[in-house]
Design a protein around this ligand. Structure first.
Ligand code: NAD
Length: 353
C-alpha cells in the first residue's frame, strides 16, 4: 500500500504555494496536505478554492513567526514533510519596509526549523524539511555566466538577503542537529494566481485597463522566467527523489530583458483584446530604476535535469499565452485582489511619487 504521510505546506495560499498544494492534493490522495498560511495581503483562500473540499486537504491559519502557534499546529498535525514557501516575497516592498522581511523570512524559518526539531525528536525516518528559495541569493550576473548550486551567496536586496539568511538557517539545522533538509533555488515564476504587484499580472491588468506600464530604468535587466506549474512539478520531484542535504537550482533557460518581455506581452495583448497594433506599447512609461536593481539572473538547472530528470515543459510563448488567458478570464479574482489595500499600495508605489 502507498505510504501515508502528512505534508505541511507553508504559504499555500500564495502564488506558488497554491500550485504546490493543488498538485499534491490531486496527485497523492494518500497524503494529507495541510496548508498553513497567515493570509497576509499575498495570501488568498480563493487561490485554493478548487481543492478546499478535497478529503485529503486542510487549511490552518497560523503565523510562522509565532512559536506557540506553530507548536500547536505541529502537535495537532504531526507533519512528516514540511514544504516551506511562506515568505515575504516582493523586492519592492522589501525596499519600503525591510523589517517585516527579516521577521518573516528569518525568524519564521528558524521557528519552523526549531519546532520540526522538537517534534521529530531525532526520529527522522520518512521526515523532510524542504525549503523553497530563490536564485536572487546568488546576487547579480554580468552579461554571461549562470548560477550553479555552488555559486557563492551575494544577496543585495533586503528580500534576497533575508532569503539567503533563511537558506543558511536551514543548512545550519541540517548540519548541527541532523535535521533532514533539502533546498531549491528557483528563477522568476509566472502564471495564474500571481498577485498583481509583480511584473506580469501588474502589466496584464494595466494593459486591460489602458493604464501606464511603469518600466524600471531602461528595462534592460534580464530575468529567467519559469512557468509556475513547472516549478511546482520540480518541487514534487525534489521532495520525492531529491537527496537529503542537497540543493537544486530550478530554472527555465529562458532569459528575457524586461523590455523585450514587455513588448512581447504588449503584442500578444493587442491581439487578444482586438486592439490596433502598438496600442499597448504606447502605454510604456519609463520610471526611476529600482534602488540596487540586480542586472541579470540566470540559472543553470543541469543538476536537476541530470540527477532527477526534470526539465521545463512549456515553451515561453505558450506559457505566456496561457497566463494572459487566465488573467483575462478570471476578472473576478483580479477585482477581489485589487480592491481595498491594493489601491493604497498602488498609489504609493506608482502614482504619488
Ligand atoms: P507570495 O507572496 O505569493 O506568497 C507568500 C505566502 O506566504 C502568502 O500566502 C502569505 O500569506 C504567506 N505568508 C507570509 N508571511 C507569513 C507568515 N508570517 N506566516 C505564514 N504565512 C505567511 O510568494 P510566492 O511568489 O508564492 O513565493 C513563495 C516562495 O517561493 C517564497 O519563499 C519565495 O521566496 C520563493 N520564490 C518565489 C519566486 C517567484 O518568482 N515568485 C521564485 C523563487 C522562489
Amino acid at each position: 500500500s502507498k505510504l501515508e504521510k502528512t505534508i505541511l505546506v507553508t504559504g499555500g495560499a500564495g502564488f506558488i504555494g497554491n500550485h504546490v498544494v493543488r498538485r499534491l492534493v490531486r496527485n497523492y490522495p494518500h497524503y494529507k496536505v495541510v496548508n498553513l498560511d497567515a493570509l497576509t495581503y499575498a495570501g488568498n483562500l480563493e487561490n485554493v478554492a478548487d481543492v478546499a473540499d478535497a478529503p485529503n486537504y486542510s487549511f490552518v491559519k497560523a503565523d510562522i513567526t509565532e512559536l506557540e502557534e506553530i507548536r500547536s499546529v505541529f502537535t495537532v498535525y504531526n507533519p512528516d514533510v514540511i514544504v516551506h514557501l511562506a515568505a515575504e516575497s516582493h523586492v519592492d516592498r522589501s525596499i519600503e519596509n525591510p523589517l517585516v522581511f527579516v521577521k518573516t523570512n528569518l525568524v519564521g524559518t528558524a521557528t519552523l526549523l526549531q519546532v520540526a526539531k522538537e517534534t521529530w525528536k531525532g526520529d527522522h525516518a520518512g521526515k523532510l524539511f524542504y525549503h523553497v528559495s530563490t536564485d536572487e541569493v546568488y546576487g547579480s550576473l554580468g552579461e554571461t555566466g549562470f548560477f550553479v548550486e555552488t555559486t557563492p551567496y551575494d544577496p543585495r536586496s533586503p528580500y534576497s538577503a533575508s532569503k539567503a539568511g533563511s537558506d543558511h538557517l536551514v543548512r545550519a539545522w541540517g548540519h548541527t542537529f541532523d535535521l533532514p533538509i533539502i533546498l531549491s533555488n528557483c528563477s522568476n515564476n509566472y502564471g495564474p494566481y500571481q498577485f498583481p504587484e509583480k511584473l506580469l499580472p501588474l502589466f496584464i491588468n494595466n494593459i486591460k485597463q489602458l493604464k501606464p506600464l511603469p518600466v524600471y530604468g531602461k528595462g534592460v535587466n534580464v530575468r529567467d522566467w519559469l512557468y509556475v506549474e513547472d516549478h511546482a512539478r520540480a518541487i514534487d520531484v525534489i521532495m520525492h527523489d531529491g537527496k537529503q542535504g542537497e540543493t537544486y537550482n530550478i530554472g527555465g533557460h529562458n532569459e528575457y530583458r524586461n523590455i523585450d518581455l514587455i513588448k512581447l506581452l504588449c503584442e500578444l495583448m493587442d491581439k487578444k483584446l482586438d486592439r490596433a497594433p502598438g496600442t499597448s506599447e504606447g502605454l510604456i512609461t519609463y520610471v526611476t530604476d529600482r534602488a540596487g536593481h540586480d542586472m541579470r539572473y540566470a540559472i543553470d538547472a543541469t543538476k536537476l535535469q541530470n540527477d532527477l530528470g526534470w526539465t521545463p515543459s512549456l515553451q515561453f510563448r505558450e506559457g505566456l499565452e496561457k497566463t494572459i488567458d487566465w488573467y483575462l478570464s478570471n476578472e473576478e479574482w483580479m477585482a477581489h485582489v485589487t480592491s481595498g489595500a491594493y489601491q493604497d499600495y498602488y498609489a504609493e508605489m506608482y502614482v504619488n511619487r
